[in-house]
Every structure is written in C-alpha cells, then in structure tokens.
Design a protein around this ligand. Sequence first.
Ligand code: NAI
Length: 377
Amino acid sequence: MAKLNWGMIGGGEGSQIGPAHRLGALADGHFILAAGALDHRAEVGRDYAMRLGVAPDRAYGDWQEMLAGERNRADRVELVTVATPNSTHFEITKAFLEAGFNVLCEKPMTVTVEEGEEIVRIAARTGKICAVNYCYSAYPMVRQARAMVRAGDIGKVRLVVTNFSHGHHGDAADADNPRVRWRYDPAMAGVSGQFADCGIHALHMACFICDDEVEKLSADFASTVSGRVLEDDAMVNFRMAGGTVGRLWTSSVAIGRQHGFDIQVFGETGGFRWASEQPNQLIYTPVGGRTQIIEKGEGGLYDDAKRLSRVAIAHPEGFPLAVANIYCDLADVIRGTERDGLPSASSGVRSMAAVHTAVASAKAGGAWMDARPPMFR
Ligand code: NAI
C-alpha cells in the first residue's frame, strides 16, 4: 500500500506534543513526513524539518508558505497536523480544509464556539476530515471501556468521575517559562487555562466512554499562582443528556501528581476505573463480585480494543502508540474505510462550548448553564 504524504505545522524541536505526533504518525508506516512548517521562527523550523528528512523545498518557514507550496503539487500532503498554540488553530485549520486538505487539529480545536461551528460546517461542506487529537480515547483499554458500556456490561451509567490534575505549573518561580506562560495568557490560550488545556481531555473521555454528551454544567474556577490571569484549577459538575451525573477536577498546581488523568464510571450493575499512568489495565468490578483486572492484549476483549492492541499481553504500550492509533484510523478513513471513534470537529466544538459555559458559570458563582453549542441544541 502506498504511503500517505503527511505535513506538520508546529510541533517544532523541543515542543511538548511534536514528538508524540511524529512517533505516532510514523509508527505503522502509513505516513511519511513530507512537509512541515514546524516552528514560529522560520529558519529554525526549516532547519529542523530538513534534519527530520523533509526535502528543502518542502521545509517551509510558515504555514502560509506551506499552503501555497502544497496546494498545487501532484504529491501534496494528504493530511496536515496542526500542533501550534491554541489561538492559531482556527485560521490554520480553516485555511487547509478550504484548500481541500484533511486536518488533524490539536485540542482545543478553536478558541471560540463560533469558530468551532464554522470548522464543523467547512468540514461538512468540503467533505474533508477534521479530526481533533483527543488521543487518550485511542488507548485500547479506553476502547474496551466504551465497548463495555455499549454492551451493557455495567448497566445504565449513573455516575462518571474524572480528574486531570497535575502539578507541573505549580512552581511560581517557573510561571514565566515560555512553554507555561502562553497557557495562561488569554491572547494565546483563549478564555480558559487549565480547563481548556487538560480538563477538556477528561470531559471528552467521559463523553466518549459513556457514549453521551454533556448537556449542562456548573463550574468553580481558581487562579492560585499570583499574577496568573486564567484559571489553573477548576471543579466542574455536569449532567449528560442521558441523565448521567458527572464530576470533573482539573488542576495544574497539584504538586506531586504527575500526569494525573483518570476516570471512574459507575453503572447500575458494575463499575470500572482507568488511569493514564497505568493505561494497559482496566479495573472492573461487577456488582456484588470481585474486582478484576482486564489487561490489554488478553483474550476476550471487544473488537476495537483487540484491534488497537499492538504488542503481546504484559508488554507496555503507551502514549505515542495511542497517538499512532489515531493516525491509523486517519489513514484508514483517508483510504476509504469507516472508523467509529475518531474524534471529530463536532467533539471539538462541543468542548469549546463546555469551556465557554464553564467560564460563564464560574463567573456567575457556579450557576448551572446549558453547555451545548447552539448548533446542537
Ligand atoms: P509548545 O509551546 O511546547 O510548542 C509549540 C510549537 O509550535 C513550538 O515548536 C513553536 O515554535 C511552534 N509554533 C508556534 N506558533 C507557530 C506557528 N504560527 N507556525 C508554526 N509553528 C508554530 O506547545 P505544546 O505543548 O506542544 O502545545 C501545542 C498544541 O498541542 C496546543 O494546542 C496544546 O493544547 C496541544 N497539546 C495537546 C496534547 C494532547 O494530549 N493532545 C498534549 C500537549 C499539548
């Protein structure tokens, strides 16, 4: 099967998420890195792209140059990854979709709900893929969890409790580090800091596993590091359309917690827990029964979990392979195979609506508010 040409915007040398995209996209041989505008400094980005093996004429200085250079090539890239800071996602994603490229956009997909709705409409109009990198949803044991909910293995879901709380922005002396600072700067990050950065992964995960959507929410935000404009800690209560009760805590000042992303789902006949730091196990308890560990790679998993398990049981799989699962599904969809579970632009705009609702709710003392984007009300 011919490899697909792939291009990347952002994710330059030393960036946080860039390596995971390269490991993920290249892991299965579906893609080759053919083009890139990898850095906000043109020469630095060009140099790094060439060191990664991109041909000099496709190592671009910025995304506009890349769009102009790629759009009329016979061998143009078939997928563009946008891994730049949040405030740039909308204009880059919009421009590439409108020029007929498939896009994988980092989360949050946009900064405003209106922009998010526009992206959903452009993707529908152009027929191009606009996926959002909610990569945690591609861990095999998360797919197992979703399949168990769908199969009724824990009965109707009553309650979902999720945390994405780490302590890596808790050092006030490091608050001016450029990789930290933009996350709390409204001009770069938008209206929300930690909730838009990490909380939306947890919210997406709750929706993904429960196969449901958030309908309304109530939020409490705090900015605990002196001088920080946007929140670095948030508690969000939510209700899903199907009645499930949701609780979410997200923080970047929880010193001692490392990655800190976990989810517990409690149904009428059982419950389970998944944690990103032990991603290969799903801890399951049927009502009245013993707690069991369901392992990635064991027999009897649901199909999607089986399909996305790469190496034998007990061999650890981790974050880059979850990202690789997103790229595998993208390659399949580009080549014409349907894939259920690829996070779409609709998920992206639902997240943005939740972010803006949480900001408004926190300002209104935690008032309950409709969290759906207008286009899905
Ligand atoms: P970072 O600050 O570590 O790196 C940003 C990179 O983008 C740098 O290489 C920078 O030079 C480049 N860049 C900035 N503006 C650019 C432009 N206009 N054109 C080309 N390159 C540009 O940021 P990080 O942490 O890698 O975050 C990037 C995006 O990825 C954010 O939207 C963030 O929310 C998301 N992210 C997603 C994660 C996930 O689990 N899905 C995890 C971490 C980040």
